[in-house]
Design a protein around this ligand. Structure first.
Ligand code: MSP
Length: 500
């Protein structure tokens, strides 16, 4: 069975989970579910990033010891993901022992390779980014280019990771792996960073204690990004279980936001190369979810709690909005009006209405028993092309395109019903043919939409009389036209998406 290993960034526990964090986690979840439908053995990893100065300061501000502080926040992420129907296979915390052991092994491997060397650093540091900046990087007034707030002057003895040695190897690797970064324009950004010249970065700190000690020099703790990036390998057995690690690594896709391209697409492959580990197979870089034009973030104070939105729009309503409204890779603006209008048009008026019409007419004209579709239905070609386009789009990490293709089949089926007006026909073979076709189209829609709307699609699956779990079906076979067997009980039920 082929493997598919997919990750989200691990989230800093200085903030409560918000819709900006949920954005990447929902996209990853839908992609993971798509790959499970393809019959692949999927491992979907998420977790929390719990070390470093930023977290230490947040703990101090909360009046708690760092461990007690991170223990109080991390479960909020796990809980939010459960409530958003995220089907992660593992949740890693960087304060876990399995992580500490693996990070120390990675540090040792880079040290043994001669790529971690002691040096003195003097310069500007942004605590929010946990990154050093040169004067050229900064905005006027010595402000951080990401957070637009003052940087700190720091001078300390650090172990430096000799990133500058990896420029050619990284460029060669990206040249040999042109689809490594999706969407492509984000790949160009990463390659631009590498071409512009790589500076060694400091990989340890003596000024703080909240971190993982270097095994050969324990007065230093690992730099938080060195520690955090390693979660992707420590979670799958690096340093502890060689067979398990060999089974999952290299990862298929790291999903990241556009603000952490440098750390993921430049630092991380170089760190792995140094330690003699294969680089990731790929990255997928998302834009920001904006709110009133600014990145939704704790710092901007414009965060939305996704769980509040689910109370009004349902879990699948929120998931659908996140997946369908923005082309992955570009920024998207969150508005309440946008969410309401997507919900009403795509979910209530298109999908919800299709199910309710089909169930009503089958109830009235077919005795509540769903007829089989025709092999030569005019909807068959539309269903095949919706499947093909959706499959290619999921493969390209473009959920909005995959859902657009899926919704084109919903619209075509609604139009087919409007053209044939089965509700005006007498019971008999003519109405059976139309309704068999509509049920089959709806079955295929349910399969294709299930990564986005898992619980709603399970309900539709059951209402049209199908047994088992929609997520347990196997593509591509299951989406071939003609799978609806006919003779199944169709149930009307409550509206899936009451209009807002
Ligand atoms: N802890 C680091 C990641 C380490 S991964 C080895 C971190 N954490 S974070 O919580 O600040 O952000 C995690 C990810 O969430 C980033 O990729 C960031 O872009 C993403 N997002 C945070 N707010 C977001 C939006 N408003 N919109 C989209 N993504 C957002 O960075």
């Amino acid at each position: 069975m082929s493997h598919f290993y997919l990750t989200t960034p691990i989230y800093y526990v200085n903030a409560q989970p918000h819709l900006g964090h949920a954005y990447t986690t929902i996209i990853g979840d839908a992609v993971a579910r798509w790959h499970r439908l393809l019959g692949e053995d999927v491992h979907y990893l998420t977790g929390t990033d719990e070390h470093g100065l930023k977290i230490q300061q947040a703990a101090e501000a909360a009046g708690l010891a760092p461990q007690a502080f991170v223990d109080s926040i991390s479960p909020k992420f796990a809980d939010a993901w459960d409530r958003l129907d995220i089907s992660h296979d593992d949740f890693i915390r960087t304060t876990e022992l399995r992580h500490r052991t693996g990070v120390q092994q990675l540090l040792q491997a880079c040290y043994d390779a001669g790529d971690l060397e002691l040096d003195v650093y003097a310069g500007k540091y942004c605590v929010a980014c946990e990154l050093y900046y040169t004067d050229d990087d900064l905005l006027p007034g010595a402000l951080c280019p990401i957070h637009q707030r003052p940087v700190e002057y720091v001078e300390e003895e650090n172990y430096f990771f000799r990133l500058s040695r990896f420029q050619d190897r990284l460029l060669d690797w990206y040249a040999a792996n042109p689809r490594a970064i999706l969407p492509e324009f984000r790949g160009n950004e990463a390659i631009g960073l590498i071409r512009s010249g790589l500076r060694d970065f400091s990989a340890s700190r003596t000024s703080i204690s909240w971190g993982i000690p270097l095994p050969w020099d324990p007065k230093h703790v690992a730099y938080v990004w060195f520690d955090a990036l390693a979660n992707y390998i420590t979670a799958v057995g690096y340093g502890a279980d060689d067979d398990r690690f060999a089974n999952w690594w290299p990862v298929d896709r790291h999903l990241i936001g556009k603000d952490i391209i440098r750390q993921h697409c430049v630092y991380w492959p170089a760190m792995l190369m140094s330690a003699g580990i294969e680089p990731p197979r790929g990255f997928a870089v998302g834009g920001f979810l904006l709110m009133g034009g600014d990145k939704m973030s704790k710092t901007s104070g414009n965060v939305i709690d996704p769980l509040d939105l689910t109370l009004e729009f349902g879990v699948d309503g929120v998931r659908y909005y996140v997946l369908a409204d923005t082309a992955y890779g570009s920024d998207g603006d969150f508005t309440y009006e946008g969410l309401t209008s997507r919900y009403n048009s795509d979910l209530a008026n298109n999908l919800g209405n299709l199910l309710s019409r089909v169930a009503t007419v089958v109830g009235k004209k077919c005795g509540g028993v769903g007829p089989a579709p025709r092999a030569d239905s005019p909807l068959a070609a539309t269903a095949t092309s919706a499947h093909e386009v959706a499959a290619a789009a999921w493969d390209d990490l473009q959920p909005s395109r995959a859902l657009e293709a899926t919704w084109s089949l919903i619209r075509a089926t609604n139009a087919y019903l409007e053209a044939n007006e089965p509700w005006k026909m007498e019971p008999g073979p003519a109405v059976d043919s139309v309704m068999g076709d509509a049920l089959e189209a709806l079955r295929i829609v349910t399969l294709l939409a299930s990564p986005a709307l898992p619980s709603t699609c399970q309900i539709i699956w059951q209402r049209i009389g199908l047994a088992g779990d929609v997520g347990g079906q196997r593509l591509p076979e299951a989406a071939a036209w003609g799978g609806y067997p006919g003779g199944l009980t169709v149930t009307k039920g409550d509206p899936l998406f009451p209009r807002k």
